[in-house]
Design a protein around this ligand. Structure first.
Ligand SMILES: [Zn+2]
Length: 115
């Protein structure tokens, strides 16, 4: 994942351009998964998070989450997302994902599956 891209990406739903990054798995091979996570891309602050293999991009504006799977992030509008796959992703990494996303994440969460 060429993570310089995080400066250029925008949320497809609200057009927000600031994301939090949640790390699930780091990639041991920095060359294939270099990640530069920007805590506030206006000020260009960098947190040196290298090589995220699996993780989540969380839009700071509308709080939608987007998966990073095998070094690739996917930013799609809600109607193009696969609810089943997104929920499987949350279930698979449940212990590494903040409860706020597990229970209240947008557009999908697995709260009902927990009850
Ligand atoms: Zn958004």
């Amino acid at each position: 994942m060429e993570y310089n891209l995080i400066d250029m990406i925008a949320c497809p739903v609200c057009k927000g351009d600031s994301f939090s990054v949640i790390i699930i798995d780091k990639n041991e091979d920095y060359n294939t998964g270099y990640v530069r996570a920007v805590t506030n891309n206006k000020q260009n602050e960098e947190k040196d998070i290298k090589a995220i293999k699996n993780g989540i991009l969380l839009c700071k504006s509308c709080e939608r989450w987007y998966p990073i799977i095998n070094n690739v992030y996917t930013l799609l509008p809600d109607s193009y997302r696969n609810e089943n796959n997104d929920k499987k992703f949350l279930i698979k990494y449940k212990t590494k994902i903040p409860d706020t996303i597990i229970n209240n994440g947008k557009p999908f969460n697995i709260k009902t599956e927990n009850e």
